[in-house]
Design a protein around this ligand. Sequence first.
Ligand code: NA7
Length: 543
Amino acid sequence: MKDTNAPDSGNHSARTDFDAVVVGAGFGGLYMVYKLRELGYSARLYELGSDVGGTWYWNRYPGARCDAPSLQYSYQFSEDLQQDWEWSETYASQAEILRYLNHVTDRFELRPMMRFDTTVTSAIYDEQHLIWTIGTDQGDRVRARFCIMATGCLSVRTTPNFPGLNDFGGEWYHTNAWPHEGVDFRGKIVGVVGTGSTGIQSIPVIAETAAHLKVFQRTAQFSTPARNGPMDKVYEARIKADYAGFRARNYRQPVAMDIVIDRSAPKTFEVSEAERMATYERCWETGGLSFSTAYRDSSLSRAANDDISDFIRAKIGEIVVDADTARLLQPEHIYACKRPCLDTNYFETYNRPNVTLVDVSQTGVEAITKSGIVANGVEHELDCIVFATGFDAFTGSLNRIDIRGRNKLALKDKWSAGPRTYLGLSSAAFPNLFTITGPGSPSVLANMVVGIEQHVNWIGECLDYMRTRGYATVEATVQAEDDWVEQVRTAADRTLFTACDNWYMGANVPGKPRGFVPYVDWPRYVKICEAAVDDAYAGFDFT
Ligand code: NA7
């Protein structure tokens, strides 16, 4: 098919329908098509959902909210946009972020480039003509020089293969596929399986209306108060008075947010216990991710983390009235290992008379019957089950597309022992295929929107470089990729992330190869990306 509105900008060896195909209409895909148009390239974006939003289109569960502050979890490519848009809360709700993404789409007139309700099923590289052919479930077969995956890090939900799920007589939902019209829990006995960020956000809200809520917990999680509230207008005005300066300062911080580690500050055990407790109390009251910067070594030292973990465990013990429930809610791992959660009244919720915690740490959810969940040999009768069981992170969304590079090599096969990329942007043998916040980039370990903009800007610059020099293809070298895979591993090994099982290393998906996927050090990552560009794209081959 040929879109006659899409100018072919030339400079390649076979006819194409578009210069680039972009997959996914979340934060990454929207900015990518904007950037491509700015640079004069034609683009087509495919999205399997019925509208824009990506993560924020799908995750409509009660209480869904971003755990990065809204003034930072937003685009900075347009000064007018960031000045005009007003966030109503410190941490934006899913609905507000979705409104924002729709606003961006309409404001920059991106919709004409998009096709919704369309799943990309294949992307096949033609070595002779140096083009990608992208196939969809709607029968599209489009040819493009570049194929850019903006498929997200947490896009493929996991619903464990619970025996008997099909027999369940009530309703069940996954938080990631929440009905657009919402769910009415009034008068119902509801079970929630999963207590990660999603469970922790949704449980307090579901408990407000359900007749009874039973939480099936396999692993207790650390969570600290978000302290969300209406946007502080004075703070907002101060940020907007120099938004660019605020963004530039945050860009240099460890997770590309206004979370600053004072390198001249003391280490945890250089101060007295009384002083430490006072600091932790301040972190608890401030909310957000303050604990990670309590002391210079808070995120790095095991003993420092034990100290923080003990403090939070004690807080849980103070909040939760029933001693047995409190004990079960106190995590056994350390704070910095699994992704820390932010909440609004999570632990307080267990003091409600209509909420029960069911510990499934020993046996898991054993079975699902017509009337409920069996755990520890006991059948719990339920009207509804909510699965907040997480995602096949990072590679899930790429592996479900049949992506084939040189010699028909399948990306899935190349990555059978774990993803291999250079900088999370490009994989050897897959020319002109880019992955926005792909495996091996900081992605979920930094402000996602900042990471997305950094990648899109990098790809845009690379395309410009190719155009100027008349190159047809770009791809990571095998050597650069091998070195990078090793660097991703060693960077993770220096942290506490590898001290317990988590989804960063694929531990939540049975059969998935184990290996830490994101690159831990954002500031260092940015320097490496910039150095590669300055060094004539060292680590990349051009033809
Ligand atoms: P997570 O963080 O992966 O949490 C999934 C939860 O589901 C977690 O508590 C799991 O327990 C639990 N789980 C998974 N499988 C089972 C089975 N079979 N039985 C019982 N419990 C199970 O996903 P979220 O959606 O909460 O958050 C993902 C990210 O999205 C989050 O970090 C934010 O960045 C946004 P486990 O800990 O594995 O024992």
